[in-house]
Design a protein around this ligand. Structure first.
Ligand SMILES: [Zn+2]
Ligand SMILES: [Zn+2]
Length: 379
C-alpha cells in the first residue's frame, strides 16, 4: 500500500497544487468560512464520502464507513485564514498554512480511495473552523463530533527555523497559552490633592511589577508579561479612576500554566488593590499545551520514514506557539492524538503577510497522512 500511496502522491502533484491554489484564493476568517466549507463539501462529494455540515457554524465532518470492525481514525485540518494587511490592503489571508492543511487532508482521502484502501473501522475527516480564535476545536468537542475517535491526526506546516523541506516530525510540542484582561477602578480627585483620590496608574505600575516578579517553576519554560495598559484622560491634572490591562502567559506544560495563571491572578489582584483600588480579572483565552503521545509519535514516525526516508524524521519541535488541536486529546482523554510537523522551507514565518513555502511539500504531506492512516488501522 505504501508504494501505491507514494506513487499516487507523486503522479498527482499538479492536481494537489491546483487544489491548494483554489483554497488559498478562498481565504476567509474564523467562523466566516462559508465558501471554504462549500468547496470542501463539493470535493468530498467528488471523492465519494458522506459528510455533515452544521446549521449554526462553518466546518464539515465526513465519515468513510468501513465494512468490518476496527478503530475510528480521525484526520483533522483547520480551515480559517487571518485578517491582515497585505501590501497595503486589509484582507483575509492564509498565512498560517491552513489552506495547505485542507489540501493535504482532502487529497490524502482521495489518495486512499483511489489506491483501493478500505477502512476496517471508520475514517472521520474533520474540517475544523476558527482555529485562530482558539474556540473551533471546543465547538466540535461540544457537538460530540470526536466522541467515537480512537486515533486522531493533525498536520501543520513548520517555519524553516524548525524544519526544512524534505523533513517531518511525528509531533509538535506546542506550549499552553493564556490571556488575562483586567479592569481597575479607583477614585478621581484634583491632581493637586492626590491624597483624596485613588490613582489607577499607581495600581497599573504595581500590577506590572508584581506580574514580572512571579516565580514559576524554573525547570519549565514559561513567560508572563503585561502586553496592554490604558488609563487617564486628556486632563493631566486629574487623578484617573479607570484603567485596563492585558497579560499574555506562555508555559510549556498545562500544569505549569495552571500554576502561572493562579500566581499571576493573585499577584495582579493584590498589587493592583494595595492602594485601595478595585481590580477585576478575567481569563479570556486559554489554549492547552500538547501532551506528547509517544506511541502515536512512534507509529506516525514510521509512516514519515516510509514516505520521506529514514533521515527525514526529525524530533518534534518544541514551540511556544499555541494550537487548539491539543484540546481534543486533553478534553477527551481516550483519544490518542498527534500532529505531524511538515518541513516546507516556510519563510519569513507563520502569520507573516508574505509567508511562502515550497509547494512540493504538499504531496509529501498527502502521502504521510495516507500512510499514517494505514499504519494506525493495522494497530
Ligand atoms: Zn495561526
Ligand atoms: Zn495554524
Amino acid at each position: 500500500m505504501i508504494q501505491q500511496i507514494k506513487h499516487w502522491a507523486e503522479s498527482n502533484r499538479e492536481a494537489i497544487e491546483a487544489t491548494y491554489r483554489q483554497l488559498h484564493e478562498l481565504a476567509e476568517v474564523s467562523w466566516k468560512e462559508t465558501e471554504t466549507t462549500a468547496y470542501l463539501c463539493k470535493q468530498l462529494e467528488d471523492i465519494g464520502v458522506g459528510y455533515q455540515t452544521f446549521a449554526d457554524q462553518t466546518g464539515v465532518v465526513a465519515v468513510w464507513e468501513g465494512k468490518s470492525a476496527g478503530p475510528t481514525i480521525g484526520v483533522r485540518a483547520d480551515i480559517d485564514a487571518l485578517w491582515q494587511n497585505v501590501d497595503g490592503v486589509w484582507k483575509a489571508n492564509h498565512s498560517c498554512g491552513h489552506d495547505a492543511h485542507m489540501t493535504m487532508v482532502l487529497d490524502a482521502v482521495r489518495c486512499l480511495k483511489e489506491s483501493g484502501f478500505q477502512p476496517k473501522g471508520r475514517l472521520k475527516i474533520i474540517f475544523q473552523p476558527a482555529e485562530e480564535t482558539g474556540k473551533g476545536a471546543l465547538s466540535l468537542i461540544d457537538k460530540g463530533v470526536i466522541d467515537d475517535i480512537d486515533y486522531l491526526l493533525g498536520i501543520h506546516v513548520r517555519p524553516i527555523q524548525e524544519l526544512s523541506f524534505g523533513t517531518a516530525s511525528a509531533g509538535i510540542h506546542h506550549g499552553a497559552v493564556a490571556m488575562i484582561r483586567g479592569r481597575i477602578t479607583g477614585m478621581q480627585a484634583h491632581a493637586a490633592r492626590p491624597n483624596l483620590g485613588i490613582n489607577v496608574v499607581d495600581s497599573l505600575s504595581a500590577v506590572i511589577a508584581a506580574v514580572n516578579a512571579v516565580k514559576p517553576d524554573p525547570t519549565v519554560p514559561t513567560s508572563a508579561k503585561v502586553t496592554k495598559v490604558r488609563a487617564g484622560g486628556d486632563n493631566l491634572n486629574i487623578i484617573p479612576d479607570e484603567a485596563e490591562f492585558g497579560i499574555d502567559l506562555r508555559a510549556q506544560t498545562n500544569e505549569a500554566m495552571d500554576d502561572l495563571v493562579d500566581k499571576v491572578t493573585r499577584a495582579a489582584l493584590a498589587a493592583g488593590s494595595a492602594n485601595g483600588a478595585n481590580v477585576e480579572i478575567e481569563v479570556t483565552a486559554r489554549l492547552n499545551a500538547a501532551v506528547p503521545n509517544p506511541a502515536m509519535e512512534q507509529m506516525v514516525g514510521v509512516a514519515i520514514k516510509d514516505v520521506l526516508g529514514d533521515d527525514a524524521l526529525i524530533a518534534p519541535p518544541v514551540t511556544p506557539g499555541g494550537e487548539d488541536f491539543h484540546f481534543y486529546a486533553t478534553r477527551k482523554t481516550h483519544i490518542a492524538a498527534t500532529m505531524v510537523g511538515l518541513g516546507t522551507d516556510l519563510a519569513p514565518g507563520l502569520h507573516h503577510p508574505q509567508m511562502k513555502f515550497n509547494l512540493a511539500s504538499l504531496a509529501s504531506g498527502v502521502a504521510i497522512l495516507a500512510a499514517a492512516v494505514v499504519k494506525l488501522q493495522d494497530q
